[in-house]
Design a protein around this ligand. Sequence first.
Ligand code: UDP
Length: 439
Amino acid sequence: MDAEVVMIPYPAQGRINPAAAFAESLALHGLRVTLTTTISLSETATFHHSSITIHPLSDGHEQVTQPETLEAYLARLKANLSRSLAAFLDECGQVKAVIYDSAMPWVLDIAHERGLLGATFFTQPCSVTAVYYHLGQGLLRFPHNQDSTVNLPALPPLRPHHLPLFAHLDEPRITLDLVAHQFDNLERADWIFFNSFYKLESQVLDWMARIWPVKTVGPTYLLLQKSKRSVSNHIINLFESKQDEACQKWLDAKGSGSVVYVSFGSLASLQKEQMEELAHGLAMSNCPFLWVVRASEMDKIKNLDLEKGLVVEWCHQPHVLAHSAVACFLSHCGWNSTLEALSHGVPLVAMAREYDQPTNAMFVEDVWGFGIGVRAGEDGIVSREEIAMRVKQVVEGDEGIELKKNASKWKSLAHEAVEQGGTSATNIDEFVSAQRKIE
Ligand code: UDP
């Protein structure tokens, strides 16, 4: 294998997409780039043509006979990937740098032991990373009082419901450990990359720059969109999108700026009751809607009236967001979805669930001003009335005009960052030149 740079994403759709886009951009700069996947994922994934080489590594999945806890999964991933990655790097011979997902800091030692540069890649916002850092250092405790405020350097005051949410996950402690470990050896990393751009998070980036030499390279999504080969989809899809043509036709038949696109990403699972409220809320908004409901969630919407909408198990989100019929995106505010909406100037109705999403949603609404958040009731469920009202506010209301204006502003700033001479483009150029200088 003839690779100069090896990119190692954490094996989840939301981590693979930005890594593959970043890898593609490096390849288009003339570097030979290999992106690793796991054998188990590559058996079912679909791959789109790109300039990178994709190489599956063993994550030990074949030994798994029973459902695993997250803790067991992470231990297996580390043990097996460490071994298979080390063997792969030894086989490659010419590798200069390894870029790894920030959730797998142990890759740095594997790189350094072989005299290679190690670069960590954060696929979450800088602001959320700053929150995780303070959590990891024991400098932040989740407040119990809902009226209190958390003040952290370079961030706006955060209310408890704006903080990353782990409480209701099956294994909150393990998830917290995972985010805290991202900083374990950060001071030894040769490069620190973020899928963000300077003007979006300038304050927190200036603060971070005092501690670490951080480089923004995003939105990586736009690097992909700008690639000369015009890769118009994500390079690796872990879910099958069977209804692309139907989706396209359905959108083509709708008026400009009329459709609500609804997706909660690749992981979130909503309660049945919440899915029902969502279906009713969308119907009450009177807007046509395109709703992604993954196969594993489909049972929850059986027997509901979905007449005004098209429901698909997965779609080419880049195509959908680029379509002129789309007026707004009702999103869980996963970081990729947030950046992709912003890159297309599409305003959000923010319905955050867990992890970094509540913080992202707060920034979307209060700091960047291109979306509006839904408010949940005391039982944690967002009612149909609330959903219908927020959708209408964005699609029809005066507020919607302002949100759209802000979305367009962020769209141009995002494009500016990845254009030649832009902050993200310059950081990528710097990394590429540094690689070229290595013998
Ligand atoms: N996505 C897609 N098709 C869909 C739904 C989502 O291609 O039908 C992609 C989307 O474009 C994004 C990723 O899946 O790049 C989801 O990442 P995000 O960070 O938004 O959420 P996560 O899945 O990590 O919760």
